[in-house]
Design a protein around this ligand. Structure first.
Ligand code: NAD
Ligand code: MG
Length: 329
């Protein structure tokens, strides 16, 4: 069983003596900064000068905002996009690190794949909320929290886990529950999930079903509702109560058809491919590919995104969503 920390297991005091620097004021950054401040912590926000929008938002929220050159703190929390972190670390953070500081992340990619290699004399930890920043903020204001993962990569001071847990408490995560993991486990499962199951898997499943029905002469409008729109109802049932809960809720015909046919789609050869994808993640092959893709200016990424945008399901989807009153802004 995984170790799970709740509010009563964690003391906030250790955090209140520290100066915290939140780097970035985006999805996670703004939520961490506001929640930590409301928890009584001493913090500044560091931002690039060119990002006037984040800058204005942070100042409007009453934050003390400094440029990246002025990054400073006992705890430096790196909450900017993963692909820009190594450069920002090399240029602005590395030389500011002092003995016993804590370098914090919300995702393990750069540490796990050695894109950031911190000096021996600092602690390195992660608090990764299992939800987007706005939800982290909203739950906090409601007196609740978003569950999070906590991990320690380096425990130089012997206090790394205590401080990371206090940070998790400060953003409200221990109100829900904080699960202990490792940088390796968080990074590899995160990548696998988004590639195979969540983003990659779901998108291809929907498009394949759409293409096959449309090729067979069914009207795209009808197909859209069937293969995309209704997915939300199914996912909501699974999300709220698990897969068995979904089976209980659907018709007898859907149960029988789904239970007998689903396995023919996700058969052993598909699972074999999933294992191959996992291997690419574990060996670092995927990380290398994505890092090089970024260095090359994202030629493949841009092309693929364009293909996605032009898929026929997008056109019919735009029209069909106009019929759905609760989707109108
Ligand atoms: P984001 O895209 O919202 O970050 C935006 C912020 O980064 C802005 O304040 C911007 O000024 C700053 N920024 C952008 N480019 C920069 C650059 N070149 N130099 C300096 N600053 C720059 O990021 P996010 O989604 O909050 O992700 C931050 C971290 O949190 C990542 O490690 C991510 O994996 C992790 N995480 C995100 C989520 C999520 O739902 N968004 C959930 C869990 C963990
Ligand atoms: Mg993910």
């Amino acid at each position: 069983m995984a170790k799970i920390y709740k509010d009563e297991d964690v003391k906030l005091e250790i955090l209140k003596k520290k100066k915290i620097c939140i780097v970035g004021y985006g999805s996670q950054g703004h939520a961490h900064a506001l929640n930590l401040r409301d928890s009584g912590c001493d913090l500044i926000v560091a931002l690039p000068e060119w990002d006037k929008e984040s800058w204005k938002r942070a100042e409007k929220d009453g934050m003390k905002v400094v440029t990246l050159e002025k990054i400073e703190g006992d705890i430096i929390s790196v909450l900017i996009p993963d692909m820009v972190q190594p450069k920002v670390y090399r240029e602005f953070i590395e030389r500011k690190l002092k003995d016993g500081n804590l370098l914090m992340f919300a995702h393990g990619f750069n540490i796990h794949y050695n894109q950031i290699i911190p000096p021996e004399f600092v602690d390195v930890a992660m608090v990764a909320p299992k939800g987007p920043g706005p939800l982290v903020r909203r739950m906090f204001l409601e007196g609740k929290g978003v569950p999070a993962l906590v991990a320690v990569h380096r425990n130089y001071t012997g206090k790394a886990l205590d401080i990371a847990l206090a940070y998790a408490k400060g953003i409200g995560a221990t109100r829900a529950g904080v699960i202990e993991t490792t940088f390796k486990e968080e990074t590899e499962t995160d990548l696998f999930g988004e590639q195979v199951d969540l983003c990659g898997g779901v998108a291809e499943m929907i498009k394949s079903a759409f293409e096959i029905l449309v090729e067979a002469g069914y009207q795209p409008e009808v197909v859209y509702f069937e293969v995309l729109h209704e997915l939300k109802l199914i996912v909501d049932l699974i999300y709220e109560g698990g897969i068995y809960n979904m089976w209980k809720a659907v018709s007898e015909t859907a149960k029988y058809g789904g239970m007998t046919r689903g396995k023919r789609i996700f058969n052993e050869s598909v699972k074999q491919e999933m294992r191959k994808i996992l291997k690419e993640i574990q060996t670092g092959e995927f990380a290398r590919e994505w890092i090089l893709e970024n260095l090359a200016g994202r030629p493949v990424y841009n092309k693929l995104l364009e293909v996605e945008r032009e898929h026929p399901i997008e056109k019919v989807g735009t029209e069909m969503r106009k019929l759905i009153p609760w989707l109108q802004k």
